[in-house]
Design a protein around this ligand. Structure first.
Ligand code: B12
Ligand code: SF4
Ligand code: SF4
Length: 311
């Protein structure tokens, strides 16, 4: 009777698909050991996630081809590529939905990074390392959940078609998680490029594309930089001041400078500071511009009501 029980689950899913997916993601984040910092007594890597949905035929995905580049995939293109690699032939799904999730970095990690001025804290580095492994695990879980219900699903960042392009302004992937999260109503961009959500800018994010129909989340923000104080004309420069290499200015974020710091200069600095390679783990991080800033854990309130981050 496996068929009828999966039919039953599918009926439950179809009655409230957004609620089922949001709950599944939140429960997975709350319960999975993958969301434990192995080196810090099993403390959580991420807090409760935000979840949003976008329709695959939303015109914003075509706009991204102009904003980012022609190589940036629409959700439909991502799913078609996935189906082609699975079935060998071109299958066009009748509907396409993107599920986007934002994982806010836990308080203890943000606090540790607030204290840093030169390189990231070890907790922040381990969040880049184990946190990304957890995002991959969560994405695979979501895919198998949807496939178990009889839908097609793919996590584009884990697919063989995922890649980057080296543009003059810096690296750009063919599946930008922040742009996907923006399309799914989860936040806006900022002066330092980071996505600012109701849970702040100190986060990591991910997404899955499926042929299940899920109503889209409305985009409530005035424009694509509405959550950043600088673009609201409130003269915030905190992320500029936090960057150890001057990669942020009133003209925005210099990705090449940031990247050079992350992958080259930082190594020398860590040696000078006497830190072993284990300090960064498998991937160097930084994120000083995402901590001890007014947008760290919230959409910053208007001037006058701002609570300055201490410690
Ligand atoms: C390449 C990359 C980098 C590069 C370049 C960063 C960049 N800005 O693109 C380097 C190595 C420098 C880097 C550094 C970091 N990264 Co990085 N990186 C990526 C990666 C792999 C791809 C990003 C990408 O392709 N962007 C595409 C380009 C075109 O986007 P963009 O230039 O930012 O977009 C601008 C324009 O589109 C513009 N825009 C103009 N007009 C319009 C109109 C509309 C309507 C819209 C929507 C936008 C728009 O707005 C944007 C902001 O200015 C993603 C993972 C992924 N697959 O998405 C992670 C990712 C962006 N990185 C992340 C993080 C956390 C970091 C670091 C903090 C390192 C760390 N872990 O400690 C730093 C932060 C640097 C910074 N201030 O952004 C997070 C983002 C978290 C956040 N709050 O935004 C991501 C999403 C990883 C993840 N899975 O969570 N990263
Ligand atoms: S620190 Fe200020 S200027 Fe920088 S992203 Fe946050 S709100 Fe915008
Ligand atoms: S991640 Fe570090 S180097 Fe890059 S912009 Fe932010 S503070 Fe500067």
């Amino acid at each position: 009777m496996a068929g009828s029980s999966s039919q039953f689950n599918r009926e439950l899913f179809e009655a409230a698909p957004a609620d089922v997916v949001e709950r599944a993601i939140k429960e997975y984040v709350a319960c999975s050991r993958g969301n434990w910092h192995p080196a810090f007594g099993g403390e959580a890597i991420f807090d409760e996630p935000l979840v949003g949905f976008a329709a695959g035929d939303d015109s914003i995905f075509q706009e991204y081809k102009a904003i980012i580049g022609d190589f940036h995939l629409t959700p439909g293109e991502a799913l078609v590529r996935h189906l082609k690699s699975r079935m060998g032939s071109e299958v066009r799904p009748a509907r396409v939905t993107v599920i986007a999730f934002v994982l806010p970095v836990a308080y203890s990690t943000r606090l540790s990074n607030r204290r840093e001025t030169v390189v990231a804290s070890i907790r922040w580095n381990y969040t880049r390392w184990y946190g990304q492994e957890f995002i991959n695990e969560l994405s695979r879980y979501l895919v198998s959940l949807l496939e178990g219900l009889g839908y097609q699903a793919v996590a584009p960042e884990l697919a063989d078609f995922y890649g980057w392009k080296e543009l003059p302004g810096g690296l750009a992937s063919n599946w930008s998680q922040r742009h996907i999260a923006y399309a799914a109503g989860l936040g806006t961009f900022s002066l330092n490029d980071g996505l600012i959500t109701p849970r702040g800018i100190a986060l990591r994010c991910g997404s899955v594309v499926t042929d299940a129909g899920i109503p889209p989340t409305p985009r409530v923000y005035r424009n694509h930089v509405a959550n950043c104080l600088f673009y609201r004309g409130e003269s915030c420069r905190r992320c500029i001041e936090r960057c150890p290499v001057g990669a942020i200015s009133e003209h925005g974020h210099d990705k090449n400078k940031c990247r050079e710091f992350l992958f080259v200069r930082q190594k020398e600095l860590l040696r000078e500071l006497g830190r072993t390679p284990g300090y960064t783990g498998s991937y160097p991080a930084c994120g000083l511009c995402q901590t001890k800033v007014p947008c760290e854990d919230r959409i910053p309130p208007a001037a006058g009501s701002e609570r300055r981050q201490t410690a």
